[in-house]
Design a binder for this molecule. Sequence first.
Ligand SMILES: Nc1nc2c(ncn2[C@@H]2O[C@H](COP(=O)(O)OP(=O)(O)OP(=O)(O)O)[C@@H](O)[C@H]2O)c(=O)[nH]1
Ligand SMILES: [Mg+2]
Length: 206
Amino acid sequence: MKGQFDDVSDYDQVGSDGVHRVKIICLGDSAVGKSKLVERFLLDEYKSNQLSTYALTLFRHKATVDGVNVAVDFWDTAGQERFQKLHASYYHQAHACVLVFDVTRKITYKNLQKWYEELRLQRPTIPCICVANKIDADYDVTKKSFSFPLKHNMPIFYVSASDGTNVVKLFNEAIRAALQYKKNPTDFVDNILEELQAMASDDEDE
Ligand SMILES: Nc1nc2c(ncn2[C@@H]2O[C@H](COP(=O)(O)OP(=O)(O)OP(=O)(O)O)[C@@H](O)[C@H]2O)c(=O)[nH]1
Ligand SMILES: [Mg+2]
């Protein structure tokens, strides 16, 4: 990825300013509301009937978690890309994933399995949060328990990008989980990167 994304390649480092940078990716079928959710969280804005995402969109956000400054990048791409695999760089160094389905369209729930399998091929252990969006269409859906998140031991949030229900809660939890993962990565590759970094900083100290 070139051009405007040139500066996104150092997620595994802590900036010289002490700010932790985390990357959170959004996955799910087209039109489940991935972009609207991020927009609602960041801009507190929701316009209906906008175009679907045609390329990668990067949303930046500054947060503070337990006194730690965090710079968050939300990566958002078009859900229709499930038919062509997403480029590996979309997953590269991601610290958490928000996996969205639309409670009004059952197929989007069924497809969670495919998204999840692809995610796990690329990022075997990052935290993943399941999101049931569009609950404004039928609030009774919040009484339902879904087997997919239970089976994979992931939290589920019942949200609405349209009226804002639980959107802040969802993303705050995603940021917290991403930061926790970054501090204690359990992926093999991440561990090696951490060790290399520790060795490099030891060298600098000498
Ligand atoms: N009723 C309702 N509609 C929603 C909600 N969230 C999104 N929508 C509508 O669903 C449509 C798709 O939303 P997007 O955010 O563009 O979906 P997306 O997942 O980003 O889609 P792609 O970019 O194509 O992958 C839009 O027309 C939104 O207005 C919601 O919480 N409730
Ligand atoms: Mg979109």
